[in-house]
Design a protein around this ligand. Structure first.
Ligand code: HMG
Length: 496
């Protein structure tokens, strides 16, 4: 029997705080952005961007605490023994230290929490914008496939807090969250197809964050074009590889056949409309010249230059046949992203969580579904790969995140914050440069530490403080101390 490897289970962690972009935020920002009325801005966000709310990390949270929360939830839900973990990899682009891997911080948090030594676990951090966690997943799966492991499980965590400047067009595409995935042999959730990953990379300047900046710099419209062309390149390579493994003649017929076999398409979702643009790119390749839709596609292309693919795709997005296929194969994966925002490296896996969440709610059986996964990171790289949902998916994906993401007043766990509270958290600097150095001889770095929390932490890992010492006995200036606060707010013993 063929051995399978892939994602056995996942856990999603989303900070409790959020900004409802359709309410006070719209009223405050519309005049600041020169948009005629809050209603116009609301319409743009909901219909044009596809977003309603964005998750915001509280003062005690960062990419490491969110990663540790997602890992803890995963370990508790699956009941695995932490000693059975071979590898703990983190994909992130919002790291907390320029040297130390977030995975090592997470390892420390888990060791203290479970009272187990994890000293033989490998803990790399993989960075490449939003695609880092996919590179980490690929490497973890290959590690197990190659039989290099002495323990059965790898945990891959995608964790990020996306930040753009206030009042910039990126602001309403921010978010925060982490997804932890248990990778194993004979996975219950998603068995990944071997030998078919399509990869495309180019040296692009569409989006980046210099070392000195807390917020990303992005050329918004250009970033969309780079996303789409990298996606297409990686997709073509994936289809070539998948076709060759099946013995299909290379060419457009096999492209159509292979794409038509997918039941679900998952994309990197910086904002839900982007997944619609991506779906239009994929569906165009599937339908152009096809028996079923070729005639309609030719009608849509009338009067367009042959290379005006974006305009053709915009026309395609408005057709009934696009909308029907999109609603069935993509839309369920966009529900949670529309409530959370861009979680960068976790975004593709949030889309997966959204698909399973919606299927459980709607009574849809995903067993045996063929899924195409399209990962993308600016700067820029895309990977396209595929898998099949296992028969036990419902038991494994048992938590209902849609319900948990409701506000506290509606039985969920989320807390809406005001624009003023959000801006205070957004603008907080852990470190500031002070012109008043001790001897007046230039600038001095002053450690401020994390901002005060909006909601007091309970039952969670927290960033407790930054170290401040630089003495012969102890040097920890800037080191991050984490601990788990229990339900009564009591912390563990601090371990340096
Ligand atoms: P913008 O200027 O806010 O929006 O930029 P726009 O003016 O281009 O309008 C967007 C859509 O809203 C358009 O729809 C408008 O027509 C529509 P379309 O023509 O495309 O179908 N619209 C309205 N609809 C209804 N009612 C209205 C209304 N007004 C307008 N009243 C942009 C949007 C995404 C560029 C901006 O938010 C941005 O720069 N975001 C950050 C960058 C980003 O997310 N890029 C995505 C691709 S790159 C990527 O995904 C990687 C990333 O995740 C990072 C990483 O990899 O690390 C970002």
């Amino acid at each position: 029997m063929r051995r399978t490897f892939g994602i056995d289970a996942y856990s999603l962690y989303v900070p409790r705080l959020y900004v409802d972009l359709t309410q006070e935020w719209c009223a405050v920002r519309a005049p600041q952005l020169g948009i005629g009325s809050p209603d116009l801005l609301r319409g743009k966000l909901v219909a044009g961007i596809g977003i309603r709310k964005m998750a915001v990390a509280d003062g005690h949270e960062d990419a490491a605490t969110m990663a540790a929360m997602a890992a803890k939830q995963l370990i508790d839900a699956t009941g695995i023994d932490p000693s059975d973990i071979e590898l703990l990899s983190v994909g992130t682009e919002t790291t907390v230290d320029q040297s130390k891997s977030i995975a090592a911080y997470v390892l420390g948090m888990l060791e203290r929490h479970y009272g187990k030594s994890l000293r033989h676990v490998g803990t790399p951090q993989v960075q490449f914008a939003c695609i880092g966690a996919t590179y980490a997943l690929e490497s973890a799966v290959n590690h197990l496939r190659a039989g290099e492991n002495t323990r059965p499980y790898a945990i891959v965590i995608a964790t990020d807090i996306s930040k753009y400047r206030l009042r910039s067009p990126g602001e309403y595409t921010q978010g925060a969250g982490a997804v932890a995935m248990l990778v194993s042999e004979s996975p219950r959730l998603l068995a990944l197809d071997p030998g078919v990953v399509g990869t495309a990379t180019r040296d692009a300047r569409d989006f980046f964050r210099p070392n000195w900046s807390r917020t990303a710099t992005v050329d918004g419209k250009h970033s969309i074009d780079v996303y789409l062309s990298c996606l297409e390149d990686a997709l073509r390579e994936h289809l070539d590889r998948a076709g060759a493994r099946r013995g299909l003649e290379p060419g457009i017929a096999s492209v159509r056949q292979l794409l038509a076999e997918f039941d679900s398409f998952l994309f990197h979702v910086p904002f839900p409309r982007m997944a619609e643009y991506a779906a239009a790119r994929v569906f165009r390749l599937m339908w152009e010249g096809s028996e079923s839709h070729g005639e309609r596609m030719r009608e849509l292309a009338a009067g367009l230059a042959p290379d005006d693919t974006r305009e053709l795709e915009k026309r395609l997005m408005k057709t009934d046949f696009f909308r029907a296929h999109f609603e069935r194969t993509v839309a369920p994966s966009l529900e949670l992203p529309g409530e959370i925002g861009n979680v960068y490296s976790a975004s593709l896996y949030l889309a997966f969580a959204s698909m399973t969440d919606a299927a459980r709610r709607d009574g849809v059986d995903l067993t045996g579904r063929r899924v195409l996964l399209c990962s993308y990171g600016s700067g820029a790289s895309a990977k396209v790969f595929s898998g099949t949902v296992g028969p036990e998916w419902k038991r494994v994906a048992a938590r209902h995140y849609g319900t948990e993401l409701r506000p506290v007043s509606e039985g969920g766990r989320r807390i809406a914050i005001s624009v003023a509270e959000y801006e205070r958290l957004h603008e907080h600097e852990e470190v500031v440069a002070s012109a008043e150095a001790a001897n007046g001889a230039g600038e001095e770095i002053v450690l401020v530490g994390p901002p005060p929390s909006v909601h007091p932490p309970r039952d969670e890992f927290v960033l407790q403080r930054l170290g401040r010492l630089s003495t012969p006995e102890l040097t920890d200036h800037g080191y991050r101390y984490y601990q788990y606060l229990s339900n009564d707010g009591a912390g563990e013993q601090e371990v340096a």
